[in-house]
Design a protein around this ligand. Structure first.
Ligand code: TYD
Length: 253
């Protein structure tokens, strides 16, 4: 395979230049990090699962008219996407209290929220992705007022879609994070869903048992992360129910 030019290496993915102008390739690594990369491990097969799962969610979103950067999956670990300018915000949608919201506001984990709550964090690892308000976002010019309206609408549409998809397979979507990209079509610019949507960036609980099927399994040492993600993939029909191709992935050079 021809060597690609690397654009950026993040905690869980590597971004390469795409085959066509205006495209990039996302390579999903097996690396898992938590607590701003203070906890690290390699979880064999995670990248293969997240590539598949993110493909599944992004394809579904594209099909219902929620624009995303996803173009097509290329192989076990790579997908072709539109190149975007990432808006420097982590957009979090919460349906139930958990994680930092529970800590900050003293609400028990698992408490249903009166309505979905959208939060924004500044994408800056050196600061630990601090929570910011729309006042900060407007004052520092990270996004315009129109952008914020579009981002809120995208976030809530993703929430409705993801909640429904998960509910159908007995999983509660507690919260999730998305990133937003800016693309230019001629003189027009618009915002689309970018990055990935996977159990790395969602909280997913089994509706019956409350079992965690997301990255909290790694953060809180609750068992095998691969087993948890495989369970999500199996329920969604993303991975064949019997085969176990994820334990020994073919590495791409
Ligand atoms: P949150 O509870 O704020 O933080 P933590 O996961 O550290 O307890 O996270 C809410 C959801 O958003 C959760 O599903 C994890 C996801 N998230 C990310 O994937 N990356 C991030 O940088 C942040 C801030 C959140």
């Amino acid at each position: 395979m021809a060597r690609r030019k690397m654009i950026y290496e993040g905690k869980a993915k590597i971004i390469y230049e795409g085959t066509e102008p205006g495209t990039i390739v996302q390579y999903f690594k097996d690396d898992a990090t938590a607590f701003n990369a203070q906890k690290k491990d390699v979880i064999e097969g995670k990248g293969v699962l997240n590539n598949r799962l993110s493909e599944y969610f992004m394809t579904g979103l594209n099909q219902i008219g929620v624009p995303t950067h996803f173009i097509k999956r290329l192989n076990m670990r790579e997908q072709l996407c539109r190149q975007v300018e990432i808006v420097p915000l982590e957009v979090i949608v919460r349906n139930y209290a958990a994680g930092t919201m529970s800590k900050r506001l003293g609400i028990d984990e698992g408490t249903q929220l009166p309505r979905p709550i959208v939060e924004y964090c500044l994408k800056d690892d050196s600061l630990g992705d601090p929570l910011v308000t729309e006042e900060h976002i407007a004052a520092f010019g990270w996004a315009s007022q129109q952008d914020m309206e579009d981002i809120l609408s995208l976030a809530l549409r993703v929430n409705d879609f993801m909640s429904g998809v998960m509910m159908a397979v007995g999983i509660r979507l507690v919260d999730f994070k998305i990133e937003i990209g800016r693309v230019y079509d001629g003189d027009f610019q618009r915002l689309i869903v970018a990055d990935e949507i996977s159990p790395d960036s969602c909280r997913l609980w089994d509706i019956e048992t409350g079992q965690k099927l997301d990255k909290d399994v790694f953060r809180r040492d609750l068992g095998s992360l691969t087993d948890a993600y495989t369970e999500v993939a199996k329920r969604l029909g993303v991975m064949p129910k019997t085969s176990t191709p994820i334990t020994k992935p073919t590495l791409i050079n």
